[in-house]
Design a binder for this molecule. Structure first.
Ligand code: NA7
Length: 554
């Protein structure tokens, strides 16, 4: 950047992103008396819940746990309507929070941060942004857009773990005459599927939520499945106001209990530590059955070794496989839907009538694991064996360049012009998932190397924002101008994350946790399993005067 930085508008902090992380960060910075500016590509708050407007979009963490806890009044006043919140309700909640704390005035919407560079001369961050007119491809600012440049002491990246959409590079995609969308960039005005032949590519959480809903209105739905997935019934239902009142009467205790769980969720059901291998198969199946009826992640809490021990995992997987065979009436289709990986190795999906949807006459399942999609034509989609599927709408439910994609699409440069892409060429290297060596005063909320997507995101966000707020307060009190993770601390942290992951079955399959869904992406296990020990470590680091960080005063 060559601009004379003396004359630039200066903020104490610039925050990138106005999702749940960005808006709470703004609230926190305000409370600390700091000036802050938030840049957001969308035209409202909500982050991932702003963009994911696809039919059936719903959170897989229960409403009463998927919300902020920083203000008991907010927690008491907001009433959830369903066990699991649907996208529109989560968006309304984010809007309510932004209005309640008067946050909108410091957020610049429709703006994409294109570059953030640490200026060695002034010791500040220079942040360039541009108007983001094109909402369909929200990852890229339009060429030639006017850019804006501001300076900030702190750069806080609240860009989200699942925001950078992955649209596979399939030849002919631009020639398709019908409508195309990605679940993570779903059009605000929606899509009318009535009377249309629809193709959904992808059977992760998004596909599995969207498929049953689309099937209800589409004339015909073809699901293109690369890898079959385990799904557990969500058993969503309207929330009984009495039940909600009871939970809220002891809300603080529930939220504290949340934080003591590995995934910072599921405080209202038992997490059994025992081994499934210590009980008879009939007893295990009885326990699984009970949890299948409860619905949701309670299933994984049946026994403590499902996520760690292959043999234990098989027992749980066999139970779900039996349920799929029981539900899907065509045995051949059922077999195609049976996963072969460990259960929970890819993120477990919560569903509503997913498997039963394949019993409908207007739904077909196409296995593209070997017979891949060869091309998209003006009329539809053609698989490698030459079969043509005529379609009016193609829905890509193909996921995200998770955890690193949104940050790396911004040109971020640290000390001496070191680019983040270079620093992370062999996979993301952070200390605590919060800080990157060579990038002073830059924080990554729920960054790679922190529990993030393996835990309740809202709890993770609050823990990070509180930690960052405390850190900035400490620096100001002690007269420190810069904080930066040391190379050694980051090196040791990456080793630690890999070691913890190696005790689990997570690294055994081609998941987005490993970056395996993106061609060419370095395979490194990115999130850290286990919220409670992680939060304790962060507290210890702070209590020890920010051990593993260099603090610079001049
Ligand atoms: P996911 O979980 O990454 O699922 C994406 C799906 O798309 C999955 O079935 C993929 O198959 C499939 N996919 C990805 N690329 C391709 C290509 N090139 N061809 C065919 N199929 C493909 O994303 P979601 O949006 O469903 O969920 C993301 C998270 O959001 C979820 O875990 C929750 O945390 C909320 P694959 O399994 O890679 O073979």
């Amino acid at each position: 950047m060559t601009a004379d930085t003396q004359d630039l508008v200066h903020y104490d902090a610039v925050v990138i992103g106005a999702g749940f992380a960005g808006i709470y960060m703004l609230y926190k910075l305000r409370r600390l008396g700091l000036s802050a500016k938030v840049y957001e590509t969308g035209d409202d708050v909500g982050g991932t819940w702003y963009w994911n407007r696809y039919p059936g979009a719903r959170c897989d963490v229960e409403s009463l746990e998927y919300c902020y806890s920083f203000d008991p009044e907010l927690a008491q006043e907001w009433e959830w309507t369903e066990r699991y919140p649907a996208q529109p309700e989560i968006l309304r909640y984010a809007q309510h929070v932004a209005e309640r704390y008067d946050l909108y005035q410091d957020i610049q919407f429709n703006t994409k941060v294109t570059r953030a560079a640490f200026d060695d001369r002034t010791g500040r961050w220079l942040v360039s942004s541009a108007a983001a007119i094109d909402h369909i491809d929200h990852n890229h600012a339009p060429a030639g857009a006017t850019t804006d440049l501001v300076a900030a002491d702190y750069l806080i990246c609240a860009v989200g773990c699942l925001s950078s959409s992955n649209v596979p590079d399939i030849s002919g995609i631009d020639t398709f005459a019908g409508e195309v969308c990605h679940t993570g960039r779903y059009p605000k005005e929606g899509i009318d599927f009535a009377g249309k032949r629809v193709g959904v590519i992808g059977t992760g959480s998004s596909g599995i939520q969207a498929i049953p809903v689309i099937a209800e209105t589409a004339e015909h739905l073809t699901v293109f499945q690369r890898t079959p997935q385990y799904a557990i019934p969500a058993r969503n239902h309207p929330l009984d106001p009495k039940e909600q009142a009871q939970v809220k009467a002891e809300y603080r205790r529930l939220r504290e209990k949340n934080k003591a769980q590995q995934g910072a969720l599921g405080a209202r059901f038992d997490w059994n530590e025992g081994s499934v291998l210590d009980v008879e198969a009939t007893e295990a199946f009885k326990e699984f059955d009970a949890r299948w009826e409860i619905g949701g992640f309670a299933f994984l809490g049946a026994y403590g070794d499902i996520a760690r021990n292959p043999e234990a995992n098989h027992v749980a997987a066999d139970f779900v496989k039996a349920k799929i065979r029981e539900t899907v009436t065509d045995p051949e289709v059922a077999e195609r839907l049976i996963p072969t990986t460990y259960i929970g190795c890819k993120r477990l999906v919560l569903d509503t009538d997913y498997f039963a949807t394949y019993n409908r006459d207007n739904v077909a399942l196409v296995d593209i694991s070997e017979n891949t999609i060869a091309e998209i034509t003006s009329r539809g989609l053609c698989t490698a064996d030459g079969t043509e599927h005529d379609l009016d709408v193609i829905v890509f439910a193909t996921g995200y360049d998770a955890m690193t994609g949104s940050l790396l699409r911004i040109d971020v440069c640290g000390r001496g012009g070191l680019s983040l892409a270079e620093q992370w060429h062999a996979g993301p290297r952070t200390y605590l998932g919060l800080s990157v060596p060579g990038f002073p005063n830059m924080f990554t909320i729920t960054g790679p190397g922190s529990p993030s997507v393996l835990a309740n995101m809202i709890v993770c966000i609050e823990q990070h924002v509180d930690w960052i707020g405390d850190c900035i307060s400490y620096m100001r009190a002690k007269g420190h101008r810069h904080i930066e993770a040391s190379e050694e601390a980051a090196e040791a942290w990456v080793d630690h994350v890999n070691l913890v992951a190696s005790y689990t079955l997570y690294p055994t399959c081609n998941s987005w946790y490993l970056g395996a869904n993106i061609p060419g992406k370095t395979r490194v296990f990115m999130p850290l399993p286990g919220f409670p020990p992680y939060a304790e470590k962060c507290d210890q680091v702070a209590a020890a005067g920010y051990e593993g960080f260099q603090l610079i005063s001049s």
